[in-house]
Design a protein. Structure first.
Ligand SMILES: *Cc1c(COP(=O)(O)O)cnc(C)c1O
Length: 372
């Protein structure tokens, strides 16, 4: 049996009528850039997140970068985040000229260890950039309290956690802005690249609207900006998909429950869901405890299960890590390093069948029994 890692084509087939129509509607409209499909999707997105504004941009990376710029963050400033995330979180900070300051993650959730943040704050600290890794929200209530006490901005990296929720808060409720990505492999993804910024702040909105379009407040007028727009074709497709996101997350959570049951007590560390939280299971990440992660991956791949690893190289272990300039580690990041060394992502997408999940469980159990 072959179990794929993504269900993109299945998802397209399930929605083919609506998606094809959305594409042809945009094509027939004659407006492809900053047109009505984008405007409509931004309205839907803001309503969905419960924020005052949503601004479409070219990618999740640009979303973070443009928000940091809008907040005036640049050389000499510091932003606190984690090293066990996708490279783009830090990249966006570096692109402003600011320094990325890394604190360790918590083994249980693999999200930022909120208890370590205050010790990393210096007079140069301007922002905290929490990453809702794998689809589980960071404890934003605690982050917001720290930010308030030290007068810091909070920018949520929600690329993996659309449709996640905390026990007592929604994503976007306790921060200055939320940044997300709609690249195809995300929970809400188009057939290509794009991203968005959700915020309640008028000043951030006004600035990112200019920055994404050559600094232009009106036709032919410019100040310094960039080209980072969300194309109308993608907006049209995303409008169709946004209507499905709750149902898809529910299904991801069902698959996670099947994995949780089938893989209990066989020596793997399974995902931990904080009480009352809605984990969106962008990824279902287990961790080996015997140091044989690569062996498990090889075994699963050999058995036809396309398991992967997110992320086997933490940011500070990357070749491009700017040691000494632009980055600083506070304390140790051994939990993040452990995560990088032991993580295995099992296939996780809403269109997975019971048979595929059962096969993945059976093969994982087989390896664990032989490698106890
Ligand atoms: C995907 C991702 C990004 C970047 O999004 P792009 O649209 O690929 O630029 C940033 N942060 C995290 C945590 C991601 O998973």
């Amino acid at each position: 049996m072959e179990v794929g890692f993504y269900g993109h084509v299945r998802q397209y087939h399930n929605l083919k009528g609506e998606i094809d129509k959305a594409i042809s509607d945009v094509l027939e409209s004659g407006q492809y850039v900053m047109g009505p499909a984008l405007k409509r999707f931004e309205g839907e997105l803001a309503r969905y997140f419960g924020t005052k504004h949503a601004v479409g941009v070219n990618s999740g990376t640009d979303a973070i970068w443009l928000v940091l710029l809008a907040l005036g963050i640049g050389p000499g400033d510091e932003c606190i985040t984690v090293t066990n995330t996708f490279f783009a979180t830090a990249e966006a900070i570096w692109f402003t000229g600011a320094t990325a300051v890394f604190v360790d993650s918590k083994p249980k959730t693999n999200n930022i260890d909120v208890g370590l943040i205050e010790a990393a704050i210096t007079p140069k600290t301007k922002a905290i950039v929490p990453v809702h890794l794998y689809g589980q929200a960071v404890e934003m209530d605690k982050i917001a309290a720290i930010a308030k006490k030290h007068n810091l901005y909070v920018i949520e990296d929600c690329a993996q956690a659309v449709d996640a929720r905390g026990a007592s808060f929604r994503i976007g409720e306790l921060s200055d802005a939320v940044c997300t990505s709609f690249i195809i492999q995300k929970n809400l993804g188009t057939f290509g690249d794009s991203g968005a910024i959700m915020t309640n702040r008028d000043d951030i909105t006004e600035t990112v609207l200019r920055l994404r379009n050559h600094g232009s407040p009106a036709r032919s007028k410019h100040s310094m900006g960039y080209n980072s727009r969300l194309d109308d074709l993608h907006a049209g497709i995303l409008s169709v998909k946004l209507k499905k996101i709750t149902e898809w997350t529910d299904r991801r959570r069902e698959v996670a429950a099947m994995y949780g049951e089938g893989l209990a007590d066989i020596g793997l560390k399974l995902p931990y869901e904080l009480p009352g939280y809605r984990h969106a299971y962008h990824l279902y990440v287990v961790e080996t405890r015997n140091g044989k992660r690569d062996d498990l991956l090889k075994f699963l791949n050999g058995a036809g299960v396309d398991a992967k690893s997110h992320y086997p190289i933490a940011i500070h272990q990357q070749e491009g890590y700017p040691w000494g300039k632009g980055a600083r580690i506070v304390g140790s990041v051994t939990n993040s390093e452990w995560n990088a060394a032991n993580c295995v992502s099992l296939p996780m997408f809403p269109e997975l069948t019971r048979e595929e999940v059962d096969y993945t469980i059976a093969k994982t159990r087989e390896w664990c029994a032989a490698n106890a």
